[in-house]
Design a protein around this ligand. Structure first.
Ligand code: UDP
Ligand code: MG
Length: 245
């Protein structure tokens, strides 16, 4: 058991070269913890940052209760950071927000309202504050993915999500899976997804880590992998056991 087991909700924050966002993260997240609708902690996952992010994370965790971190030896990508957070989270619920705070931590409370009923609750970014080019890519990618996966989700990439941890731990993990979370949750027996409008803000510090190519080409191929996986996915129901006797 680790410290996250003491809370209802673990908020995973992937961090790759986000030193200019750390001060903001500290104040916004610590303020949110006081008004969260369930008991919550923060789990930074430092994805091999090459700037001073790790040093700042250590300092922030040192002076704030309920702040924890994991740190990778080197850069493994957003999906890996998310997987590590889910692997180590032992609370009933697990959430995810980007370190650039383009979504508001306070809006977690909107998602938490449905988290007991739905294994995944995710945001739909309303009034997106990204460039027209990024919005265009996102619209195109979402449309294609929806057609291929049939997940019916408007905004898979929204960086504000809450999952029931037992469902999150059963997701098949691969690089790029962070763009398929709803479709991957829907593979599971009982998997259902709720979408809730949330606010969106511009990135005020640091730079985006993804280019057109890794936003479109990889995910295009992953759509086919998903369809293969859907045919092969293992679900089972335990009718009886004596493990707890
Ligand atoms: N990120 C990460 N590892 C990477 C790339 C990004 O942990 O290799 C983190 C990054 O620090 C941020 C989140 O993933 O918290 C989303 O990245 P970004 O804001 O650059 O993506 P965008 O919003 O532009 O799609
Ligand atoms: Mg971002």
């Amino acid at each position: 058991m680790n410290n996250s087991a003491k809370y209802d909700f673990t908020i995973i924050v992937p961090v790759y070269n986000e030193e200019d966002n750390m001060a903001n993260l500290e104040s916004r997240l610590s303020a949110y913890l006081t008004e969260a609708s369930v008991s919550a902690c923060i789990l930074f996952v430092n994805d091999g940052s090459k700037d001073s992010s790790l040093q700042l994370i250590r300092e922030v965790c040192g002076r704030n209760p309920h702040f924890y971190y994991l740190s990778f030896a080197d850069n493994r990508g957003l999906s890996a950071a998310m997987k590590a957070g889910i692997d180590y989270a032992e609370s009933r619920l697990v959430g995810y927000i980007d370190a650039d705070l383009q979504t508001a931590p306070e809006d977690f409370n909107l998602l938490l309202a449905d988290a007991d009923e739905y294994p995944l609750v995710l945001g739909i970014r309303v009034g997106r504050k990204d460039s027209w080019f990024k919005r265009f890519q996102s619209k195109f990618a979402n449309g294609f993915r929806r057609m291929m996966t049939g997940d019916g989700v408007a905004d898979t990439g929204c960086p504000l999500k809450v999952m029931q941890t037992q469902y999150a731990k059963r997701i098949p993990f691969f690089t790029g899976m962070h763009r398929f979370l709803p479709a991957l949750i829907l593979l599971q027996d009982g998997g259902k997804v709720k979408q809730t409008p949330v606010r969106h803000f511009p990135r005020v510090a640091g730079v985006s880590k993804f280019s057109v190519w890794n936003r479109l080409i990889g995910p295009f191929k992953d759509c086919f992998a998903y369809r293969w996986m859907r045919k092969r996915y293992i679900n089972y129901t335990i009718a009886e056991h004596n493990l707890n006797n």
